[in-house]
Ligand binder design. Structure first.
Ligand code: CA2
Length: 148
């Protein structure tokens, strides 16, 4: 059975490619999904990309990743990155590695974006490379496979 990577996206990321392209780029979430599915096929990894504007959905999906023994979760929690203790607790409660991704570099932006509740419990963080960050995260996930 192929490895599974869940790619979870938080609030407002459904707007990608349609608003504020100077910050978030012109690529849509559907474009990112297509790119990851193609890359996943080459790597032997099944990709499921989801987006929600609701914190609890993201918590439920992190639990699902654990139940399904996913290889990794790629998580762009959007603004919940800076506010959500619930997401931090969910990540800490599972053993599936979570790779935090941001399109922009939050550290180069307003000070309220400098704190991430996700970073201390994530396996690693990729930020500031636009949509390419998701591809980098998938490479990182593939590198977590145990070789036997
Ligand atoms: O840079 C990122 O990926 C962020 O996670 C994006 C969040 C922001 O709150 C974080 O600080 C950094 C915002 C996502 C909003 O997405 C939009 C996309 C297009 C147009 C408007 C919003």
């Amino acid at each position: 059975m192929a490895d599974l990577v869940l790619v979870l996206n938080g609030p407002n990321l459904n707007l990608l490619g349609t608003r504020e392209p100077e910050i978030y780029g012109a690529t849509t979430l559907d474009d990112i999904a297509a790119m990851l599915v193609a890359k996943g096929e080459a790597l032997g990894i099944d990709i499921e990309l989801r987006q929600s504007n609701h914190e609890g959905h993201l918590v439920d999906w992190l639990h699902e990743a654990a139940r399904r023994d996913a290889l990794a979760v790629i998580l762009n929690a959007g603004a919940y990155t800076h506010t959500s203790v619930a997401l931090r607790d969910a990540i800490k409660a599972i053993t599936v590695p979570v790779i935090e991704v941001h399109l922009s570099n939050p550290h180069a932006r307003e000070s309220f974006r400098h704190r991430s509740h996700i970073a201390p419990v994530a396996r690693g963080t990729i930020a500031g490379f636009g949509a390419a960050g998701y591809a980098l995260a998938l490479d990182a996930a593939a590198g977590l496979r145990h070789k036997d």
